[in-house]
Design a binder for this molecule. Structure first.
Ligand code: FAD
Length: 367
């Protein structure tokens, strides 16, 4: 048995040197073959191939998170025409999207427990098997005034496509208080799964009082010695399962409190200042970490004046078709006004838009 274990150890070492993580477990069971560059942290993302010469696609999908991958997989599989359509995903800065930072996912149907990066890697492989082309760049400007639509890429090239699916997701809202910007990565964090382990046995604050703040608190409990939730409103908001995190003896909820400042010396955080909105008292709390969990803003600015937005700068889509105000342009996932901000719903929306783009292209061809 010892000999078998040693052989497995040598094999795993050889694989790790070639860029792959464990292929075999000690029990001898086959485990997944995953590029070792994939992890929870945004700094380590899916390995991107070098950009090839980019030809104009029949469908351009902007974004490579769950919603973009839903569209890509649907369209790749529906791609029965001869010659085959060119389905392109322009990946953006975060290849694989938000799940690359989301840690363990437990609500994806049929997969009870999977790491976000593993889920996104398998979606990407699924799309690649269906000849979807991935471009490791971002879209910097669009012109939807006439079809085919024009997309400028960060590499300098402009591509044209008769059908575009916007799947650009959203990003976290900043506190905008003094001290946040200069302490990002030095005590200020936005992702418990990525940065939680840095705050082992430390006193920290979570800023926010909704779903995101409760979720982050739940993850941070395993690391921090004490957590203060700074909540502007008079009570926390979220499902019972998440509200239970606030009942942990490690957690203190400070309702009706508004953050004023994150105090530090430029290399580390040592305190926060906040106002009790009821008593108007300004207080200082010694903490070594601040997790900002105030929600997200849509990554929609490049589409401003091209498609209709709501007052939150989310892209307005038809709930049946997911089409934007421009025929031939769809929007899916967290960037829209209809999203439930979940991976399964994002994938579903991606599929739906892919299906609609497919029949749109067929109608165009028939004309
Ligand atoms: C910490 C955390 C934990 C979460 N946990 C869960 C969970 O357990 N279960 C669950 O269902 N949901 C979870 N979610 C929510 C889920 O991750 C999102 O709802 C989902 O990822 C949305 O998918 P999306 O494709 O719309 O956007 P995203 O996943 O955000 O992907 C957006 C994509 O657009 C790209 N992009 C942006 N701008 C451009 C541009 N200009 N050009 C090209 N590409 C661009 C980005 O690179 C990225 O690839 C979690 C979210 C967070 C923040």
């Amino acid at each position: 048995m010892k000999l078998v274990n040693n052989l497995i150890l040598i094999l795993n070492l050889a694989l790790s040197l070639t860029g792959y993580t464990k292929l075999f477990s000690k029990s001898g069971h086959h485990t997944s073959l995953t590029p070792s560059t994939i992890s929870h942290c945004p700094a380590k993302q899916i390995n991107l191939p070098e950009a090839e010469l980019i030809s104009d696609p029949q469908v351009a999908i902007i974004g490579s998170g769950p919603s973009g991958m839903g569209s890509a997989i649907y369209l790749g599989r529906a791609n029965g025409d001869s010659p085959k359509r060119n389905i392109m995903v322009i990946e953006g800065e975060l290849a694989g999207g938000t799940p690359m930072k989301a840690g363990t996912i437990q609500n994806y149907p049929g997969i009870p427990d999977i790491e976000g990066p593993d889920l996104m890697t398998s979606m990407r492989e699924h799309a690649l098997q269906n000849n979807v082309q991935f471009v490791p760049q971002k879209v910097t400007k669009v012109d939807f005034s006439s079809s085919p639509f024009k997309l400028e890429l960060s590499g300098g090239q402009t591509i044209k496509s008769p059908a575009v699916i916007i799947a650009t997701g959203n990003k976290p809202i900043s506190t905008n208080v003094p001290g946040e910007k200069e302490h990002i990565g030095k005590g200020v964090a936005f992702c418990a799964n990525c940065d939680g382990p840095f705050f082992k046995n430390k006193v920290i604050a979570v800023i926010g009082g909704g779903y995101g703040a409760l979720r982050e608190t739940g993850q941070l409990k395993q690391f921090a010695s004490q957590i203060f939730i700074i909540n502007k409103n008079d009570q926390l908001k979220g499902p019972d399962m998440l509200l239970n995190h606030a009942n942990d003896p490690k957690v203190t909820v400070l309702n009706n409190c508004d953050l004023n400042e994150i105090v530090g010396n430029g290399t580390k955080v040592c305190a926060i200042k906040y106002t009790n909105l009821k008593t108007k008292e300004i207080k200082t709390l010694n903490v070594e970490g601040v997790f900002v969990a105030l929600g997200q803003i849509p990554n929609s600015y490049i589409f401003k004046d091209q498609v209709t937005f709501n007052d939150k700068n989310e892209i307005v889509v038809d709930c049946q078709t997911l089409q934007t105000s421009v025929p031939g342009v769809w929007a899916v996932g967290d960037v829209t006004d209809k999203s439930m901000h979940q991976i399964p719903t994002a994938v579903g929306e991606g599929y739906k838009a892919g299906l609609n783009a497919e029949s749109y292209l067929k109608k165009l061809k028939a004309k």
